[in-house]
Design a protein around this ligand. Structure first.
Ligand code: SF4
Ligand code: SF4
Length: 335
């Protein structure tokens, strides 16, 4: 296993990390088995989130007795000091530990960032927890490029998690900035939410970028773990054949794939367009139907509310047929 340093945290972590979303569809015993397999393979980075339902709890159970051999990262959607302090306590309890290595602000909008960093904001709770030794480091996870650009300037940000894969390279320049400023860069969505069907090629493409600290594909089975380990352990340069395949995938997916840049906003009727596409991806490609349905039900405005005005499509830099895609979302979720 190859190890890299996670930016200014100084943590030495395996270049392959464990993405904790899919364990929601197995159970605590299955998670424990996986944790021992990770340990034996030298994978020491675990990513989860308060929002991934039972993920923290399963991991807490699975890591009992071997927690010290892992770097644990979790994240919270809390934006205020009070809510973040409560979430940190919940994460510690769920993960059955007295220390979380990395705690991240989970996918804030621009407005959320003002709240997080303002008086009484979540950052105060994170900094207090860090001073108290409950968490080791503070990071942020983002989906929009303009926020990524802002986040590299925040002095409290030790790590940034952002989508990066062979069809979503919009963050490449900023990944370089992270490397220059010693900010750990964590890759999410290595398979573009499941749209890329060749995990080996996807991981080899990502790991060829020296600015990447760790990639966290979601895994719930030993077969996936073995396949991902083999992919990151092969550090030979991409072959001409692989590069040709990358081009082919880009040509196929390139024009039909939502990059979550949010340039299409605001929708005339308030649909959170990229958020609904993400849920559709979880529903169709991650085998997380129940979870996706529950989240979809909680969305204030459903895809079926689209009045077809086309304003969003005029703003989408990738010319996506958003209206058609939303119709597909509405058909899938039935509303
Ligand atoms: S076409 Fe639909 S999704 Fe796009 S802005 Fe209009 S109402 Fe919103
Ligand atoms: S629909 Fe287009 S503009 Fe909207 S988030 Fe997706 S890629 Fe960006």
């Amino acid at each position: 296993m190859e190890y890299r340093v996670l930016g200014k945290t100084g943590l030495k972590i395996s270049s392959l990390g464990f993405g904790g979303i899919p364990i929601q569809r197995i159970d605590a015993e299955g998670t424990k088995k996986l944790m021992y397999q990770l340990k034996d393979a030298g994978v020491n980075y675990i990513d989860t989130a308060r929002g991934y339902t039972v993920s923290e709890e399963y991991l807490g159970y699975g890591l009992e007795g071997i927690r010290d051999q892992f770097v644990i990262a979790t994240k919270s959607m809390a934006r205020t000091k009070e809510a973040m302090a409560a979430d940190i306590e919940t994460s510690l309890k769920n993960l059955r530990t007295d220390y979380i290595d990395l705690y991240q602000v989970h996918n804030p909008t621009e407005k959320d960032i003002d709240t997080v960093m303002g008086p009484g904001g979540a950052l105060e709770a994170l900094q207090e927890a860090k001073a108290a030794g409950k968490i080791g480091h503070i990071g942020i996870t983002l989906h929009a490029e303009d926020l990524f650009k802002k986040a590299v300037d925040f002095d409290w940000v030790e790590t940034i998690m952002f989508p990066y894969n062979l069809v979503e390279t919009q963050g490449e320049k900023l990944i370089k900035v992270c490397a220059e400023r010693n900010i750990g860069f964590i890759v999410m969505k290595p398979l573009a939410g499941g749209a890329i069907e060749d995990p080996t090629l996807a991981l080899r493409f990502i790991m060829a970028n020296p600015g990447v600290s760790v990639v966290i594909p979601g895994m719930a089975a030993e077969k996936e773990l073995k396949q991902n380990i083999a992919a990151v352990e092969d550090t030979s340069p991409l072959t001409a054949e692989e590069n040709a395949k990358i081009l082919e995938i880009r040509n196929t997916l390139g024009t039909q794939f939502c990059r979550r840049c949010n340039y299409c906003a605001p929708c005339s009727v308030g649909i959170q367009i990229p958020a609904l596409f993400i849920l559709e991806g979880y529903y169709s490609r991650y085998d997380l139907q129940d979870w996706a349905i529950a989240r979809y039900k909680g969305s204030a405005v459903k895809a079926s509310a689209c009045v077809g005005c086309g304003a969003c499509e005029d703003r989408c830099p990738y010319n996506l047929p958003i209206r058609k895609m939303l119709k597909n979302v509405a058909d899938k979720f039935g509303e």
